[in-house]
Design a protein around this ligand. Structure first.
Ligand code: BG6
Length: 475
C-alpha cells in the first residue's frame, strides 16, 4: 500500500463498482448456459423456491448486461473506474456443474468482458461463485452439503485460473461466505428447506465451502502466480444494546458467527470459540487431515467484505426487537435511521469494521460492496433524463469519509467497489425498484421498460471523487 496521509486515499486505491452475474446478465438460457438456483428464485429469499423457471423472474433478462456489456463498461470507464467487480456464472461454464468439460461459449463471453475492461484500463475483480450454484447441483446433490461439490468447484476454479489467470489479478472465492448459515439455498445451493436442515449438514456445507476456497487458492498459486485471492465476508458489526456485560458478550458471540470465516480463511484453522459452538449445538463434522492441511497452507492474500448495516445485540430476550438486515436480520439499534427497506445506516460502523478486521488479521482489506438501495424517480433536466439522488450521494460520501478515517488510522484498504454501480435486480427481494446504481436502468418491477441507461446525479459525483482521489468528499 502507498502510505496515505490523514484523510487522503493511496494513489493506487482501487475505485470501482460491483455486480453479480445473475443480477445483471439476463440471457439465462443463452450461450449454452444451464439453469442456476436463481432461475427458481423469482422473489429472492422472500418466498420458497419454484420448481423451474417462471416468467415473473426479472433475472431472466436482468439488465441485459450479456448483450450490453460493452456500453456499460464504457460508462464505468467514463466514471474513471480502476476496477470492476463482476462474477462468473458457474452454470455458463459448467451448465450442470458436474461435467468434466467446460462450455466454450460461456468462457468466450467472459473473454469479451475482460477485453472491454482491458480496453479501458479497468482491472477485473472476479467473484468465482456469487449466489448462483448450478441448479442441477442443488437438485441432485443438495448443494454444498455434499462433499462432491468440492471437486466440482475446484474443477471450475481451475478452468477459470487457466483461462483468465494471466489477465485477472483479483479473485474472490465465495460471495458473503458466512451467509450460508442464514440463506442455505441462495448461498449454498442447499435444496433442503432451512427449517428441515440439520445443524450438522449446515456446518458440513460451511466446511466443504472453506475447503473448496482453499483448493481454489491452491489452484491460483499453480496456474496464476500473479493472482491475489481473497475471501469475501458479509460484515455486520453487532453493538451491545446496553453496557450490561451480558449484552457485551452476546454482541461478541453474534459477531463471531461472522468473524469465524475470516479467522479460518486468514489463520487456516478453526478457532476455539467456533469449535465450542459446534459442540454446544451437537454438530460433529467430517474433517480429514488432508483438509486441515489445505486450510492451513492455502490462506488468503486479502480480506474483502460487504458492508451495509450494523446491528445491536442483547442477552435479554425481552429486549430483542429485530429489524431488517443484509440477508439476515439483527436487533434494531435505537440510535440509527434506516433505508426504505429498513436497513439501518451507520457510516462509522464501516470505520469500526475496517479497524477491527485490520487489528485482527493484518491483511489488506477490500470493501467490495456498500451502498444505498433506494427508490429513484427518473426526471428530465435540461432535456436529459436523470435522477437527482442526493440521498445516495450523502450515503456514499459519509461512508467514504469513514474509509478516509480508517486510512488515517493506519488500516490498509485496497479499494472500494460500491454495490450495483449500475441498477440491477436485488438479491433479497428480486426487485428492480431497489436501486443502488450511478446509472439508471429503465426497467420496472413488472418487467416493463426499455432497458435504456441514464446517468444519475451520483454518476458525476462519483467521477469527481475518483478524479480527485477522494479529495472532493464533503467532510
Ligand atoms: C449482498 C449481495 O448481500 O448485498 C448482493 O452480495 C446483494 O448480491 C447486495 O444484491 C444488496 O442486497 P439486496 O438484497 O438489496 O440486493
Amino acid at each position: 500500500m502507498t502510505t496515505a496521509t490523514p484523510h487522503t486515499f493511496p494513489t493506487d486505491f482501487l475505485w470501482g463498482g460491483a455486480t453479480a452475474a445473475n443480477q445483471i446478465e439476463g440471457a439465462y438460457n443463452e450461450g449454452g448456459k444451464g439453469l442456476s438456483i436463481q432461475d427458481v428464485m423469482p422473489h429472492g429469499i422472500t418466498t420458497p423456491r419454484a420448481d423451474g423457471p417462471t416468467d415473473d423472474n426479472l433475472k431472466q433478462v436482468a439488465i441485459d448486461f450479456y448483450h450490453r456489456y460493452a456500453e456499460d463498461i464504457a460508462l464505468f470507464a467514463e466514471m474513471g473506474f480502476k476496477t470492476f467487480r463482476f462474477s462468473i456464472a458457474w452454470s455458463r461454464i459448467f451448465p450442470l456443474g458436474d461435467e468434466t468439460e467446460p462450455n466454450e461459449e460461456g468462457l468466450a463471453f467472459y473473454d469479451r468482458v475482460i477485453d472491454e475492461c482491458e480496453k479501458h484500463g479497468i482491472a477485473p475483480l472476479v467473484t468465482i461463485s456469487h449466489y448462483e450454484t448450478p441448479l442441477h447441483l442443488a437438485d441432485t446433490y443438495d448443494g454444498w452439503v455434499n462433499r462432491d461439490l468440492i471437486g466440482f468447484y475446484e474443477r471450475y476454479a481451475r478452468v477459470l485460473f487457466a483461462r483468465y489467470g494471466a489477465r485477472v489479478k483479483y479473485w474472490l472465492t465465495f460471495n458473503e461466505i458466512n451467509s450460508v448459515l442464514h440463506a442455505p439455498l441462495l448461498s449454498g445451493g442447499i435444496n433442503t428447506p432451512k427449517d428441515q436442515l440439520t445443524k450438522t449438514d449446515l456446518y458440513q456445507a460451511v466446511h466443504n465451502e472453506l475447503v473448496a476456497s482453499a483448493l481454489a487458492t491452491k489452484a491460483a498459486r499453480e496456474l496464476a502466480p500473479t493472482a491475489q485471492v481473497g475471501c469475501m465476508i458479509l460484515a455486520m458489526p453487532a453493538y451491545p444494546l446496553s453496557p450490561d456485560p451480558d449484552d457485551v458478550f452476546a454482541a461478541l458471540t453474534t459477531e463471531r458467527t461472522n468473524l469465524a470465516f475470516g479467522d479460518i480463511h486468514v489463520r487456516g484453522e478453526y478457532p476455539g470459540y467456533y469449535l465450542r459452538s459446534l459442540r454446544d449445538q451437537g454438530v460433529e463434522l467430517v474433517i480429514t487431515d488432508e483438509e486441515r492441511a489445505l486450510l492451513k497452507e492455502y490462506t488468503v492474500d486479502f480480506v474483502s467484505f460487504s458492508y451495509y448495516v450494523s446491528v445491536a445485540e442483547t442477552a435479554d430476550v425481552s429486549q430483542r426487537v429485530v429489524g431488517e438486515g443484509n440477508i439476515f436480520p439483527g436487533v434494531r439499534n435505537p440510535t440509527l435511521k434506516a433505508s426504505e427497506w429498513g436497513w439501518q445506516i451507520d457510516p462509522v460502523g464501516l470505520r469500526t469494521v475496517l479497524n477491527q478486521f485490520w487489528d485482527r488479521w493484518q491483511k489488506p482489506l477490500f470493501i467490495v460492496e456498500n451502498g444505498l438501495g433506494a427508490k429513484d424517480e427518473l426526471i428530465t433536466v435540461n432535456g436529459r433524463k436523470t435522477v437527482i439522488d442526493d440521498y445516495r450521494i450523502a450515503y456514499l460520501n459519509d461512508h467514504l469519509v469513514q474509509v478516509g478515517e480508517a486510512l488515517a488510522d493506519g488500516v490498509d484498504v485496497m479499494g472500494f467497489t460500491p454495490w450495483g454501480c449500475i441498477d440491477l435486480v436485488s438479491a433479497s427481494t428480486a426487485q428492480m425498484s431497489k436501486r443502488y446504481g450511478f446509472i439508471y436502468v429503465d426497467r420496472n418491477d413488472d418487467g416493463t421498460g426499455t432497458l435504456d441507461r441514464f446517468k444519475k446525479k451520483s454518476f458525476g459525483w462519483y467521477a469527481e471523487v475518483i478524479e480527485s482521489n477522494g479529495a472532493s468528499l464533503s467532510r
